[in-house]
Design a protein around this ligand. Structure first.
Ligand SMILES: [Zn+2]
Length: 379
């Protein structure tokens, strides 16, 4: 199988002859899967243990466990119902084969980009004797050390007190650029909050949301798909353009879905902080989480404008405590995604089959990894 790597993991199977395919219903029965049809978006989602498959009707694009594949005649509507190609079945079967193996699957080292917010000429909030840029960096470095100890590859957007560009908006773009160039598995930006009201408190996690009109625009192009293909059947480029749009939409949806899972994982840990409440997961238009290709979250660790919270953050052991909560949230997300096969080395079936022979140790966040801040204080 010839694989071509384009952008965010698009694998093109070239030179493969089309086959008769398998009725989707047979596939569901054979592998104990469930389907969910979205007729408006002409989309079918198939889920099962370790399997998350999205099919766009009459398109050659499928999304399998977070990766997009361009397969010849991947899914077609026939008089006998929906039929998928044998390559789709091979992907599903490969997960089953890995599961049967007693040995754990080899996994790519997850790559996390940690972004300590602000820096250099951009201090962020300055409140109660704390400069946000310094606090963000101090916590980010502790998070990095924990993740590295658990076998995670970490890329920092900055390790010193420096801006990434003289220009504020270019500084933010540079952070996105680092993540995209590193082909990160996830991106976590670390910040501290500030408010005019001194009693504002609590931590928050932000993720970007796809705008309604953007989603609607792409959904419309999908509804019109059969017409366009019929009308311009001979013009391959029209279909290519459409497939790129669909691919883009599927990847965006997947990014937001994962960003939410990551946000939730970190939020669950922050809720364990007895010294400060967790407010909520918010949607936002922050550039660093919006334009990164990887699932992305921005953590606001707490309000340094609040004198009590600021007093906590001035202590090294509280910084360590918060860093451990964030790191544990990230590790739990990584573990969760690896279980569902999301971070496999490659989207190719051959690669997946090879993986079962390897027995490289998996990253396992230990129970009780989150130290108690109270305990540390007493000791
Ligand atoms: Zn900030």
């Amino acid at each position: 199988m010839k694989a071509v790597f384009v952008g965010l993991c698009l694998f093109i199977a070239g030179g493969i002859l089309a086959d008769d395919g398998i009725p989707l219903e047979s596939l569901l029965w054979r592998y104990g899967l469930e389907k969910n049809e979205d007729s408006r978006a002409q989309k079918i989602t198939v889920v099962g243990e370790g399997i998350n498959l999205t099919l766009a009707l009459n398109m050659d694009i499928i999304l399998f466990n977070g990766k997009a594949y361009l397969l010849r005649q991947a899914v077609q509507e026939t008089s006998a119902g929906v039929v998928v190609s044998s390559e789709v079945e091979q992907l599903i079967a490969s997960v089953g084969k890995i599961k049967v193996s007693a040995k754990p699957a080899r996994r790519k080292k997850s790559k996390v980009v940690l972004d300590a917010g602000h820096g250099g000429k951009f201090p962020g909030a300055v409140q109660n004797g704390i400069s946000e840029k310094d606090l963000n960096l101090a916590v980010a470095k502790i998070v990095r050390d924990i993740l590295v100890a658990y076998g995670v590859e970490v890329v920092m957007t900055r390790t010193g007190d420096a801006e990434l560009s003289e220009n504020w908006s270019k500084d933010l773009d540079a952070r996105v650029e680092i993540s995209n160039r590193a082909n990160a598995d996830l991106f976590v930006s670390i910040h501290a909050n500030s408010d005019e009201r001194k009693d504002s408190s609590g931590s928050e996690v932000y993720i970007a949301r796809e705008s309604e009109d953007a989603g609607e625009r792409v959904a419309k192009s999908i509804r019109e798909a059969p017409t366009i293909v019929d009308r311009y059947g001979s013009l391959k480029s029209e279909k290519d353009l459409l497939e790129r749009k669909i691919l883009h939409r599927l990847l965006l949806e997947e990014k937001y879905r994962r960003s939410y899972v990551l946000a939730n994982s970190i939020a669950e840990m922050l809720k364990k902080n007895p010294h400060d409440e967790f407010n909520k997961i918010n949607d936002c238009g922050f550039r660093v989480v919006k334009w990164t290709r990887a699932p992305a979250v921005l953590v606001e660790m707490g309000y340094i404008s609040n004198p009590q919270t600021a007093a906590l953050f001035r202590k090294q052991d509280y910084q360590e405590f918060i860093a451990k909560l964030i790191a544990d949230g990230i590790l739990r997300y990584i573990e969760k995604c690896s279980v569902s096969g999301d971070f496999s080395d490659s989207g190719q079936v051959e690669e997946k089959l090879k993986e079962k022979s390897s027995d490289e140790k998996r990253v396992q966040p230990k129970e009780g990894q989150v130290a108690s801040y109270n305990k540390e204080e007493e000791n």
